[in-house]
Design a protein around this ligand. Structure first.
Ligand SMILES: Nc1ncnc2c1ncn2[C@@H]1O[C@H](COP(=O)(O)OP(=O)(O)O)[C@@H](O)[C@H]1O
Ligand SMILES: [Mg+2]
Length: 235
C-alpha cells in the first residue's frame, strides 16, 4: 500500500469540473513529480488531496487512512504538509516566527528543529530576525519548505518549488529536495514547470492534461518517451 493513494479524484470550482477522475500514488520516501500544460489541473489536484477544496468523488488515502473528507488542518495533523506556489510565508513575521508557525500544532518546538532548518538553509539562520517579506523569492521558497518540515511530515506536497527562482538556482532547489528526502525520509510530491530538471531527480512522474492522467512512469521513462518529450517537454 503506497503512502498516498488518490483514486478517481473528481473536483473543481463552483460548477466547473477540472479533475475528471485522477489517480496518483506516492510511495514511502519517493520523489514524484506531476508535469503537464498550464491549466491542466495540477495545482487543483494538490488542493483536492490536501483538503483545501472538496473531492466531488473519488478517495484519498494517506498512511492507510482515508482522508478524503478531512480539512487541510486535520490532514496536516496526520503528517501531510503542503507548500503552495504563492503566498507561502507570512511576510510580516520574522523568519524564526515563520518557522514557529510551521510547527504550530506541535506544542513544544525544539531548538534542534530550528537548527535542522538553519543547517539546511544557512541564509535562514542569518536572516532569522528579519521579516520574511524582505527576502528574495528563492529565500522565501526555502523558508516555506522549512516551515512545512517543522512538523516532520511523512509527505510534503510542493507546488512549483522552482517558480520565480533565477535559472542558476533551479538545480540547487531540486538538489535540496533530494537532500531533504534523503535526510528526513520525507516523501515529496511536487508539481513543476521545469519538467526536465524535476523529472531527472524524481523516482516517478505523471503527466496530467485537461484534468486526466496521460502518462506515468519512472522519471527516466518519461524523459525518454518520445511522445512525452514531444508533447510535454518541448521536444
Ligand atoms: N480558484 C479558482 N476558481 C475557479 N477556477 C480555477 C481556480 N483555480 C484554478 N481554476 C481553473 O482550473 C483549471 C486548472 O487550474 P490549475 O489547477 O491551477 O492548473 P495548473 O496548476 O495545472 O496550471 C484552470 O482552467 C483554471 O483557470
Ligand atoms: Mg499550478
Amino acid at each position: 500500500m503506497p503512502l498516498l493513494e488518490a483514486r478517481d479524484v473528481v473536483s473543481g470550482y463552483g460548477d466547473a469540473e477540472i479533475l475528471h477522475g485522477v489517480d496518483i500514488d506516492v510511495g514511502e520516501e519517493e520523489i514524484v513529480t506531476i508535469v503537464g500544460p498550464n491549466g491542466a489541473g495540477k495545482s487543483t489536484l494538490m488542493k483536492a488531496v490536501y483538503g483545501l477544496i472538496d473531492c466531488w468523488s473519488g478517495t484519498v488515502t494517506f498512511e492507510e487512512r482515508e482522508v478524503t473528507d478531512l480539512r487541510a488542518d486535520e490532514v496536516t495533523g496526520q503528517g501531510l504538509c503542503y507548500v503552495p506556489q504563492r503566498e507561502n510565508v507570512f511576510p510580516n513575521l520574522t523568519v524564526r516566527e515563520n518557522l514557529e508557525m510551521g510547527a504550530y500544532i506541535d506544542a513544544d518546538v525544539r531548538e534542534e528543529d530550528f537548527r535542522a532548518a538553519f543547517d539546511r538553509f544557512p541564509v535562514l539562520r542569518e536572516r532569522q530576525h528579519q521579516k520574511a517579506g524582505a527576502m528574495s523569492g528563492g529565500q522565501q521558497q526555502m523558508l516555506a519548505l522549512s516551515s512545512a518540515l517543522m512538523l516532520d511530515p511523512s509527505l510534503i506536497l510542493v507546488d512549483e518549488p522552482s517558480a520565480g527562482l533565477a535559472p542558476d538556482l533551479v538545480d540547487d532547489m531540486f538538489d535540496q529536495l533530494v537532500g531533504i528526502r534523503d535526510e528526513t525520509e520525507t516523501a515529496i510530491l511536487m508539481v513543476e514547470q521545469n519538467a526536465q530538471q524535476a523529472l531527472s531527480v524524481s523516482d516517478r512522474g505523471y503527466v496530467l492534461d485537461m484534468g486526466e492522467n496521460r502518462y506515468e512512469g519512472t522519471g527516466q521513462e518519461l524523459l525518454e518517451s518520445e511522445e512525452v518529450r514531444e508533447l510535454y517537454l518541448g521536444g
